[in-house]
Write a protein that binds this ligand. Structure first.
Ligand code: NZQ
Ligand code: ZN
Length: 385
């Protein structure tokens, strides 16, 4: 096992009707700005529940944070926060709203040009406005981590950043609030969570027995309950399991002490920046190709994955690995998330653009061994067509 430091201060408030408990988590007299997306919370009653819970507070709201939140939209909110001396933010929505709110929380306190926060991977952040979240889409894990991914439309860039001050103070996870999710977003959520786990598990062995079994437990639960969420959208326990999977999938627990990959995610972000493809759809396309091209580097973990997650124990090493990659692709498609670029009307001409963008963003040594070069990315992308 590798050395590690594990720190996560976020309080998780889980279950039915827990939105009402947020008042107890926010300092009395706070001036709160509620941030949200395109209006799903206005349509499904979540906004009204939040307003009722915070009736003793001075409240303002900022809506319109788009999927893959943009610097351009978020800077409008930074102005409002500064002008109105907002001292607490409440993000109500999915990963885009929460990530966007993390950027607002840091940018509002930043004296320089806020895009520098993202460009320097959060290194220039000194402090941020405290915030909490009410999660409505289980996928990103943003509700219990200190990272965010922000898009700069004018620069055609989508980049991640992290900072210790950007852990939510609390996050409300009420599975009933996910009942209004369309099937496409249910599928996205399961696939994103699945790939988060794989990025922290399908690397090389360091005898992290617990981390491996945690990861396998998360993957087995997604495989079992993912399809059920499409078939029975109002099955509370199924939605509860998926929600807790998504949070535990990227809160730092399963990556403590083991190697991490993230090459699939970095390529995915470029595909979204270039073509606006949903985050999870980019991952469903890139991961099977990534595993195929790098199967020798990941051999031991792929064989363990084949056996423990998919019950594949017969055939030679390569056929077991191919079978496990096939099962993974089939699982994504069973969640109604297609796995080839052609399914999204994207052709081979995207490949040089992705490679150029990665180079421009300094992402030329990706993966757990920092050996995923632009040349290898080209080979991987050719497998995605
Ligand atoms: O904007 P509204 O109207 O709320 O609609 C949203 C949006 O259109 C809708 N939605 C959310 N909850 C709903 C709902 N519709 C009905 N009922 C509900 N309960 O779903 C759409 C997608 O929402 P979004 O927040 O974009 O999805 P997701 O949670 O998948 O977040 C994606 C973003 O997270 C980033 C991605 O890059 C992407 O920008 N990620 C953040 C990470 C992190 N912070 O650690 C890691 C991830 O790998 C990922 O990169
Ligand atoms: Zn992701």
């Amino acid at each position: 096992m590798l050395n590690f430091t594990f720190y996560n201060p976020t309080k998780i408030i889980f279950g039915k009707e827990r939105i009402r408990d947020i008042a107890g988590e926010i300092p009395k007299g706070s001036k709160i700005l509620v941030t949200y997306g395109g209006g799903s919370i206005k349509r499904n009653g979540v906004f009204d529940e939040v307003k009722t819970a915070l009736q003793d507070y001075e409240l303002m709201e900022f809506g319109g944070i788009e999927p893959n939140p943009t610097y351009e939209t978020l800077m409008q909110c930074v102005d409002i926060v500064r002008k109105n001396k907002i001292d607490f933010l409440l993000a109500v929505g999915g990963g885009s709203v929460i990530d966007g709110t993390k950027f607002i929380a840091a940018a509002a306190m930043y004296e320089g040009e806020p895009w520098e926060i993202v460009k320097t991977f959060g290194k220039k952040v000194k402090s941020s406005i405290p915030f909490g979240t009410v999660l409505t889409l289980p996928a990103s894990g943003s509700e219990m981590n200190n990272g965010a991914v922000i898009t700069h439309r004018a620069l055609n860039a989508k980049l991640p950043f992290v900072h210790p001050s950007l852990f939510p103070r609390f996050s409300v996870l009420d599975p009933t609030k996910t009942y209004t999710l369309p099937p496409g977003q249910i599928g996205n959520g399961v696939v994103d969570t699945f790939v988060h786990v794989v990025e922290q598990y399908l690397t090389y062995p360091v005898n992290g027995k617990l981390q491996d079994r945690f990861a396998e437990g998360l993957l087995l639960t997604l495989i079992e309950d993912g399809p059920k969420a499409l078939a029975e959208p109002k099955n509370y326990d199924v939605r509860a399991n998926l929600m807790w999977c998504a949070t535990l999938g990227l809160n730092g627990l399963i990556s403590a002490g083991v190697p991490q990959d993230w090459a699939t995610h970095m390529i995915g972000h470029e595909l979204t920046a270039l073509r606006g493809l949903d985050h999870a759809k980019t991952l469903a396309v890139v991961l099977p190709a990534m595993l195929k091209i790098r199967s020798q580097d990941k051999k031991e973990k792929l064989l363990q994955y084949a056996e423990r997650v998919w019950g594949i124990t017969t055939g030679d090493d390569n056929s077991r690995i191919d079978a496990a990659i096939g099962k993974t692709r089939h699982f994504f498609e069973s969640m109604q998330v297609a796995t080839r670029l052609c399914d999204y009307n994207i052709s081979a001409d995207i490949i040089p653009a992705v490679v150029e963008q990665l180079k421009a963003h300094g992402m030329i040594k990706l993966g757990e061994k920092r050996d995923v070069t632009p040349e290898l990315v080209e080979a991987i992308m050719k497998e995605c067509l």
